[in-house]
Design a binder for this molecule. Sequence first.
Ligand code: CMX
Length: 175
Amino acid sequence: MTDNTPSAGHAENVTAHAPQPGAGPVGARHAEGSPFSDVGLLRIDHVGIAVPDLDEALRFYADNFGLHCVHQETNEEQGVREAMLAVGDGSGPRIQLLAPARPDSAIAKFIDRSGPGLQQLAYTVADVEAAADALRARGLRLLYDSPKRGTAGSRINFVHPKDAGGVLVELVEPA
Ligand code: CMX
């Protein structure tokens, strides 16, 4: 019979990089002095979901998942109507519903091509310019030369999905 169990050596390598119980928050592993302190991802900020109709989606998430809107706005520059939904006690990452505000927007194009669904994964950073520079230095394409305005006055930039394993990665520096 074939044994598909990972080899002991492999398992040891995986364990060696896993956070140790009681070692403190995972973020502490990327503190000052870490090779990733220049990128500076602090936590998952939100997951963005493209929806054709914001009001309909808000009703769906409230009626089926009990998720409630904690912020709503139209971002003219991005061409989106958007809403942030809190999950559980609201202390963790949010769900961002993104609906097209005009037919030539990124969200309209995404829905035309791929249909509604997961569109982006956003990380909180303390300094979006520093994070973007650090990622550029690693050879990743950032969509904007300088940050644009995101939700609630945040400053944002994106890594092109083709340079991030098919995931549109957003960097968010909160206001
Ligand atoms: N996730 C994963 N892949 C994506 C994608 C996404 N969200 N959007 C496009 N792609 C893929 C396409 O499927 C396509 O792949 P193939 O070549 O294999 O078919 C490829 O990327 C196309 O890339 P492109 O021609 O360079 O660009 P597009 O015109 O499709 O635009 C993107 C893609 C990411 C540059 C554009 O959506 C963009 O500028 N996004 C950033 C702004 C944005 O998303 N604003 C809305 C949210 C605002 C907010 O969060 O506040």
